[in-house]
Design a protein around this ligand. Structure first.
Ligand code: PHE
Length: 338
């Protein structure tokens, strides 16, 4: 009677519960099996009455199981009838562009408007393209093991290394033709430096080169001034400081008024109001000659900027390592239209 009540009251919430029910009462190790085993041990008189009860109970349990089983099957059908197919699907998360690639794209677009083409060169370079053709003297400190990741000693065009700057692409471009050349050359470069918030063993540059008749330093200044107005907004100031690069003469470094404090002084510009964003200068006649270009006829300017630095100033990023750690919390802040 106790079991009959238990069985009558049973109402499974799902198929698993129904299966547990079947195992408990009807299974090969279930209650009914136990009862029938016990039945074998009772006296013949008792068997008659007990047998009847037992058979009725068995029938009752089996019927209850069948009924529940049918119910559970039809109830799944009703469930699927209830599904609303007009509901919108589950969206899946879109990624975002890497900040360095966003800024690279922006830089390219500005220079395209100014008439520059885009070119690329290999990241694994020989000594000629990375150093010698660019007028680096044999014993120049930048060739030290300190800065350069060397790959192989003594190839046809000198030691093979990871390029330390995109200026190598200038050489490749000029070797392949005659002026006019007007192109920017974005790419990754490598330097053997200890990794910190301010330095990394690789970073990204955009090189610029313009070679033609009568190209002057005034052209260089105007182009870079226009670039900065486009990238950081009207009113951003620029200043040029004399500098030295083996491949440009004269050479300069260009600073802009700090984009964060607008020149008032902050941590970003070390309270000077100015930040350096690129190196530039007039292409050294030796470089033109090394590339088979008549330096008495042509002049040119070149510049090179680090995309990381430009990006830091745009988005107020203070640690270079963020760019290569792939932390989704950092990256997803740069959601943009594609
Ligand atoms: N190649 C230089 C650097 O990596 C930058 C530069 C490029 C300077 C072109 C002048 C002209 O520091």
């Amino acid at each position: 009677d106790q079991y009959t009540a238990e069985i009558s009251a049973f109402s499974p919430a799902n198929a698993d519960e129904l299966e547990t029910f079947r195992i408990k009462y009807l299974g090969t190790k279930g209650l009914l099996k136990d009862l029938f085993d016990e039945f074998k041990t009772v006296s013949p008189e008792e068997k008659r009455t007990l047998g009847k009860t037992l058979n009725e109970f068995k029938k009752f349990a089996e019927e209850k199981y069948q009924l529940l089983k049918e119910q559970s099957e039809t109830s799944t059908d009703t469930q699927s009838d209830k599904q609303d197919l007009t509901l919108p699907g589950e969206g899946f998360a879109l990624g975002s562009r890497h900040p360095l690639m966003l800024v690279r794209k922006e830089i390219i677009e500005i220079f395209k408007k100014l008439g520059f083409n885009v070119a690329e060169g290999p990241e694994i370079e020989d000594d000629w393209h990375n150093f010698s053709a660019l007028n680096f003297p044999e014993e120049h400190p930048a060739r030290d093991m300190q800065d350069t990741f060397f790959i192989k000693k003594g190839g046809e065009k000198g030691d093979i290394a990871l390029r330390t700057h995109t200026s190598s692409v200038q050489v490749r471009m000029m070797e392949q033709g005659q002026p006019p050349f007007r192109a920017i050359m974005p790419g990754r470069v490598y330097r053997n430096e200890a990794i910190s918030a301010r330095a990394h063993c690789f970073f990204h540059q955009v090189e610029g080169l313009y070679v033609d008749e009568n190209v002057s330093f005034a052209d260089l200044k105007q182009t870079l001034f226009t670039f900065v107005q486009e990238l950081y907004g009207e009113g951003t100031k620029v200043r040029f400081r004399p500098s030295y690069f083996p491949f440009t003469e004269p050479s300069a470094e260009m600073d802009i008024s700090c984009t964060i404090c607008k020149g008032a002084g902050c941590q970003m510009c070390k309270y000077s109001g100015w930040v350096e964003i690129l190196g530039c200068g007039m292409v050294d006649p030796n470089v033109l000659e090394n590339c088979g270009i008549d330096s008495s006829k042509y002049t040119g300017y070149a510049f090179g900027m680090g995309i990381e630095r430009i990006t830091n100033l745009k988005y107020e990023i203070r640690d270079l390592r963020l760019f290569s750690e792939n932390d989704i919390r950092f990256l997803k802040q740069f959601k943009t239209e594609i």
